[in-house]
Write a protein that binds this ligand. Structure first.
Ligand SMILES: Cc1cc2nc3c(=O)[nH]c(=O)nc-3n(C[C@H](O)[C@H](O)[C@H](O)COP(=O)(O)OP(=O)(O)OC[C@H]3O[C@@H](n4cnc5c(N)ncnc54)[C@H](O)[C@@H]3O)c2cc1C
Ligand code: FES
Length: 385
């Protein structure tokens, strides 16, 4: 800032005097200028270059990729956080979030555990194309789906479905590695025993540690299985745990799980503020969401005009972020489920559908900002990136 302008500040002389005194008595930290930013960047780097050091087959449809840092340094993370991988698949640059499944006590690597999604762009690429020795670009660890010592009780009831087991695996591994005074009751719902990721390890840890209570719930069990069957219902939770006071609830998995489990927790009288959720991706059938206008069909086509120049056509059932990426436009993104605000863009004209509960700021709503990852065109749109 120009010196003459600074001198016009109210109390400028007094501030100068304070600086003089601070320098004289050693309270002057001007030499450390910039160090805070450097430290913050070390803990929260926007980008990390990772190398695939090992691939572990977990189930027929799931593999764990062990990732090490190319520069030898991985920032610390909280068990339950995710990284967002940036990949180029069939000439389209895109990103996807994957929870870290290893324990934060393992400082040399991050494990991510990827389950195949039918026709899924990134999961199929990671499972079929990526090999040991390949490099991947990632964000630093992100997200708030983790235990918080001030907000949460020491007893956690965790409900997982499918690949939603991954953040809980990291939490459980940390508790057992470090002997933390925290208990996890893990209800893990799956279609079949073969589909369950980490089943052997979870069964072993549950036998070995009083702090880990593993309760598989299998929809279609094979012969010889004598555990819980069907879904994670209010009855199963109540019959297993009895008294639910003093416990916090965590849910992670595909959207169908929330639709089913939240009403079950309501039946048990659990307050919604006691339930923490992590949604694994964008809604699958957006047209079935509450509030979707019945006259619009998923395949209806609309034009999107970007920054007053480039235009393309897309379908109502496609998230705007995916349509932008398919048209070669890169928008920053991390969670791709409406949570992190990275993909905020300005809607100049037209109307989009955003599922209820998308956490868009009040001021963003007022001035027309939307989260592209969970916005679906209902009319022709004009946007600014
Ligand atoms: C915070 C966070 C953490 C995550 N952690 C993991 C993890 O640890 N392991 C993991 O395997 N995945 C995880 N995911 C999901 C992951 O980010 C991708 O969404 C998933 O791999 C599918 O991406 P894709 O590119 O293969 O599919 P896309 O090409 O994006 O989708 C193809 C089709 O499949 C549907 N679809 C997308 N995701 C799913 C799903 N999960 N189940 C069923 N249908 C789906 C889409 O609606 C679309 O119709 C996480 C997501 C979030 C937001
Ligand atoms: S990428 Fe996180 S809100 Fe869209």
């Amino acid at each position: 800032m120009k010196q003459e302008l600074v001198e016009q500040f109210e109390n400028y002389d007094k501030i100068r005097q304070e600086i003089k005194i601070a320098r004289k008595f050693g309270d002057d930290f001007s030499l450390e200028k910039g160090q805070v930013a450097e430290y913050v960047n070390r803990l929260h780097p926007p980008q990390i270059k990772l190398r695939v050091s090992k691939i572990i087959e977990e189930t027929v449809s799931t593999k764990t990729l062990r990732l090490t840092a190319v520069n030898g340094y991985l920032p610390p993370f909280q068990a339950g956080q995710y990284i967002s991988l940036s990949v180029e698949v069939n000439r389209v640059r895109t990103g996807r979030a994957y929870s870290i499944s290893s324990s934060p006590s393992q400082t040399g690597y991050y494990d991510i555990t990827v389950r195949r999604v039918e026709n899924g762009r990134t999961s199929n690429f990671l499972l079929d194309k990526v090999k040991v020795g390949d490099f991947l670009q990632s964000s630093g660890p992100q997200g708030t789906f983790h235990y918080h010592p001030i907000l949460h009780q020491k007893e956690m009831v965790c409900l997982a479905g499918g690949s939603g087991i991954t953040p809980f695996m990291s939490m459980i591994r940390e508790i057992t590695d470090r002997g933390l005074p925290r208990t996890v009751h893990l209800f893990y719902g799956s279609q079949s025993l073969d589909d369950m990721i980490f089943h052997q390890e979870l069964s072993r840890l549950s036998e070995q540690f009083a702090t880990i209570n593993y309760i598989p719930v299998i929809e279609k069990p094979g012969p010889g299985y004598n555990g819980n069957t069907g879904y994670i219902t209010a009855e199963v939770i109540k019959a297993t745990l009895g008294n639910l006071a003093g416990k916090n609830f965590f849910i992670c998995g595909p959207q169908a799980m929330y639709k089913f489990c939240l009403p079950e927790l309501d039946k048990l009288g659990i307050n919604r503020w006691k339930i923490k959720q992590e949604m694994f991706g964008t809604p699958i059938n957006i047209c079935e969401y509450q509030g979707w206008p019945s006259e619009i069909k998923a395949q209806d086509r609309f034009t999107v005009r970007v920054n007053g120049s480039k235009s393309f056509e897309t379908s109502a059932g496609e998230p705007l972020l995916v349509a932008l990426e398919d048209n070669g436009l890169v928008v920053p993104s991390l969670c791709r489920s409406g949570e992190c605000s990275q993909c905020r863009i300005k809607l100049v004209s037209g109307k989009v559908f955003q599922p209820e509960g998308t956490p868009v700021r009040k001021s963003d709503r007022k001035y027309g900002y939307i989260h592209a990852c969970v916005s679906y065109p209902l009319e022709n749109l004009e946007i600014l990136l």
